[in-house]
Design a protein around this ligand. Sequence first.
Ligand code: ZN
Length: 259
Amino acid sequence: MKIYIHTDMEGVSGLDNLAMVEQDSPRYGEGRELLMGDVNAAVDGAFAGGATEVSVLDSHGGGWANFIPGRLDPRARQDTKPNGKWWGILDESYQGTFFVGAHAMAGTQNGFLDHTQSSVSWHDYSVNGRRMGELGQWAIVAGNWGVPMLMVSGDEAACVEARQFFLPLETAIVKRGIGRGRAELVDLAEARSRIREAARRAIALVGKARPFQPAKPMEIILEFNRSDYCDDVAARPGIERLDARTVRKVTSDPLELMP
Ligand SMILES: [Zn+2]
């Protein structure tokens, strides 16, 4: 029973300030500590539920070494992306994936630090006409190997979003966004307990949860915030420019879901 855990930072327990997810901020260290606590709670829950192998990907900000060396539960393996791909070593040998520390898609009311890939340049992203964010994107990538999303932890908006895409699913709500920049936190011990329990229960969804596989070919539409962000992407092969800020791509390859 192999489980693959994808991580982000915005949706981590105890984290209620943008500065805690920014690498050059004096509060970033606090964010890293909190990240490790949530990751290890999920790892512990996965093993408690019956997982025999757990791989974990550090992915916030493209995975710029948010993990604190030596602090990952030694039973888990950190995916160092030996292939250089953003999905690392995920493949069909895994029975499910978790998303720890998730945030809601761009444009979500009361989603703490809601965004999709880039809060600066990305305005809206959709696949086959359905708006989605990083939860959906990760699930499509996992779906490439038939791996279903089993568990999500994050703020309330992220968990609500996840349940609109993936059912059955276990979720752990660790805070509630108040507008975009603030969050009302669940007590840290309680939040970690929720993550551990959701992870433990999620193992029982193996064999019931289905991989997320939109109909192919997939029509991907990405609207940027400004036309200059669109200029570079629009010049890439296979990209059609719909208007000043918007590109369209049609692909049957789940690993090509980013324009
Ligand atoms: Zn992030």
